[in-house]
Design a protein around this ligand. Structure first.
Ligand code: 5GP
Ligand code: MN
Length: 341
């Protein structure tokens, strides 16, 4: 595979440090962020397989940060059945590897496992906070954490098996919105191409992730679509789903990740917001930017975080209360930036 030599060279010392941690460990727990998406789960499962094949005999565990099931659309991922909830995991691992996350707050219940681990490593592409790991690569210009896991396999000279390739392709396809978002760079396509050569099936990923919606989910989508509202001359668009909407359509909260993509479809909209009520009297927000406006600023002000073009947050309250706080912040994004542009 042709790879990005400058990137690979820069990552090499941290990859080697990760290798030393793995070699010194007997038990290794790998975990991704709370509310896991395709990149989180795909990267985690591929890394678990990579470690097991490269260092046979180690105890390698794939953890789920939440006390919840694997989202339905990702249950097809090879090895998904071996994911263990952190609350059900009682060992003190020698090494804890975070993938697709570099902020301990996003570990939810797995944070306790991290805290009783001897060493910590991170493979991620989110803008990181304070370094809490002993070894790791955190590169926000990587389209997905899966890109970095694939590059770690290349660095090791390991074979990427068809099952690893399938998991990693799912990671790339979902985090780039099927290669439609601004993060879909040449590196993402090169890695994806290598994954297909290694046995990944784009049509199979698409079938499970994008062509297996339950009818009730599509009906909920219709409600969300019917409610899209725009302001700031159509540049900001938002919609939402209440607990009552989810219940009426019998759609679990975990299945609503794609709804923000409906909002972003509006012509001329630069910033898309989707809100949903989640258990515990909270609202979860997904923010997306179609222009170079950095919406992660707003997500951070709301107590969340993420990338400039894709970020999220969770706040206490109902939809009305969340809208009352977040809409003025989105508007301010325009009034503040307008003079500067
Ligand atoms: P999503 O809207 O799909 O949940 O998240 C979009 C991006 O923002 C993802 O990369 C996700 O990891 C990040 N993100 C979402 N919510 C939070 C949050 O509460 N805190 C931080 N630090 N990042 C978040
Ligand atoms: Mn990711």
């Amino acid at each position: 595979m042709r790879c990005d030599e400058a990137i690979m060279g820069a990552q090499a010392p941290e990859f080697d440090a990760l290798t030393r941690l793995v070699e010194d460990a007997r038990t290794i727990a790998v975990c991704a962020h709370t509310s896991p998406d395709g990149d989180a789960l795909g990267s985690e499962l591929a890394l678990v397989e990579l470690i097991e094949r490269t260092w046979p005999g180690k105890g390698v565990f794939a953890l789920l940060a939440d006390d919840d099931v694997v989202p339905r659309i990702y249950q097809f991922l090879p090895g998904a059945e071996r994911l263990v909830r952190a609350v059900d995991f009682h060992e003190d691992p020698d090494l804890f590897v975070c993938v697709d996350l570099s902020h301990p707050d996003r570990l939810n219940q797995a944070r306790a496992v991290l805290e009783r681990s001897r060493g910590v490593a991170v493979l991620d592409h989110h803008p990181a906070g304070e370094r809490f790991w002993n070894a790791g690569v955190v590169r926000p210009d990587a389209a997905a954490a899966g890109v970095i896991v694939a590059e770690y396999a290349l660095h090791l000279g390991a074979r990427i098996t068809p099952t690893m390739a399938q998991s990693l392709l799912c990671a790339l396809v979902t985090d780039t919105g099927r290669f439609q978002y601004q993060n879909a760079n040449g590196e993402a396509f090169r890695v994806a191409s290598a994954l297909v050569d290694a046995g990944a099936s784009p049509s199979d990923v698409a079938l499970h992730v994008y062509q297996s919606d339950r009818l009730s989910y599509l009906h909920l989508s219709a409600t969300v679509m019917g409610r899209i509202t725009t302001f700031e001359q159509g540049r900001i668009a938002y919609s939402y789903a209440t607990t009552a909407d989810l219940e009426a359509n019998a759609v679990p909260v975990a299945e609503c990740d794609g709804l923000v993509d409906i909002v972003r479809r509006v012509d001329g909209c630069e910033v898309a917001l989707f809100l949903k009520e989640v258990p515990g009297g909270k609202v979860r927000g997904n923010l997306r930017a179609k222009s170079d406006r950095d919406i992660s600023v707003v997500a951070r002000e709301m107590g969340g975080g993420g990338h400039p073009a894709a970020a999220g947050f969770t706040v206490e309250g109902d939809i009305d209360q969340a809208l009352a706080v977040v809409l003025p912040k989105l508007r301010a994004l325009y009034s503040d930036a307008e003079g500067a542009r």
